[in-house]
Design a protein around this ligand. Sequence first.
Ligand SMILES: *Cc1c(COP(=O)(O)O)cnc(C)c1O
Length: 446
Amino acid sequence: MKFISTRGQTPATNIDDALSAGLAPDGGLYVPERIPVIASTQPFSTLAETAHAVLAPYFTDSKLHDRLADICTHAFSFEAPLRPLKNPSAASEQAASERAASKQNFLLELFHGPTAAFKDYAARFLAEALSGLRTPEAPVTTILVATSGDTGAAVAAAFHRRPGFEVVILYPDGKVSPRQAHGLGCWGDNVRAFRVDGSFDDCQRMAKQALSDVELRNAVSLSSANSISLGRLLPQAAYYAHAASHHAARHGEPLNFIVPTGNLGNACAALVAQRMGAPIGEIRLATNANDTLPRYFAGDEYAPQPTRATLANAMDVGAPSNFERLRHWHRDDAELRHAIRAQGVDDATIRATIAAAPACHGIVPCPHTATGLFLLEQLRAQGDTRHWAVVATAHPAKFESIVEPLVGHAVEPPPALAESLARPASAEALPADYAALHAILTTATN
Ligand SMILES: *Cc1c(COP(=O)(O)O)cnc(C)c1O
């Protein structure tokens, strides 16, 4: 399988080079030259087996081909359960019993990994893959990540104590939740966390500048792990294919997904799974008040906005980095707008949805998942009767300072999160200035 750039100015390459490069040399994003359709089979029993089936067509000419099953076993070592939600309080008893009979509302729980957010799956896959591609004589590679919270923790956990790698995390000081900050600073060893005196956009600008600094890159082996990497995107198709194939086998219906969205990485993975033939109906995007996507899908020109801080901070994105891929996969704007819809959810609505969720749905959602739940409630209010799964992108205990006052009780962290919270955490202060980052990167590997 060959991989090409969305900007079309880069020679086609194989998956190994696309994974190592991250961004294509012409500034575009790598995409497979075509999305393979896999023959439908009985659903696989484990997520790791589904992941192997979904990813194998992309790795036909990879050095990792023979080890792919092993890599998937390690990366997908925790399941992504699809659970029915409690019926929403129905307008009539008849509606309530219809809903009870068909169990149309589901939650796809992607928060059972070490850092309790969906990014664990792909970060672990990428770490396994990059380890597998290393030659013994290669210098130590520094993985540089700018994060608004969850990416940095997932990448840190995935690369922690991994031979041949160091991780440098940049996050905006005071703009991530206390538990997110803990999850970034609790690793030590080969992981260094920096709290930057600036915004997430500053962090991202500094990281981009380093990654495009030719002189620096000649001196140190530098790589990124952000959501533009194919190694972050493709593995995520696995849990959509897994959930939808089991759902179809059981209910004889396609499963529709509502995906809480920031950079569109998770949503693009849902699209890949759908195009590969998984029984997926519609894909809807829920955003927070950063409404670049809802505006575009409503018919406006695509116009990136400055980022606004919201309760769902991992979705605080004004210029979704995977939009280029979404556009590449559709003939034109009309086709894209026909295929996918998006809606923004403001902070007040996020709060109200979290507060009502225990009674309405029998769960406590994180603020990101709440955006998706709200879209589900709207669809039901409009009379939509299809089977929908809201993608639960993080565990609510990660955002306890927002969630607990709204639901009126403590939310227990899952075991892996509790374990990392029990460790001490610290981060070094860093000015929002490229020279300071440059100094760190040139000393870290000496
Ligand atoms: C990263 C993240 C998102 C947004 O995912 P994208 O792939 O950037 O669209 C949503 N929710 C949580 C909890 C996240 O960590």
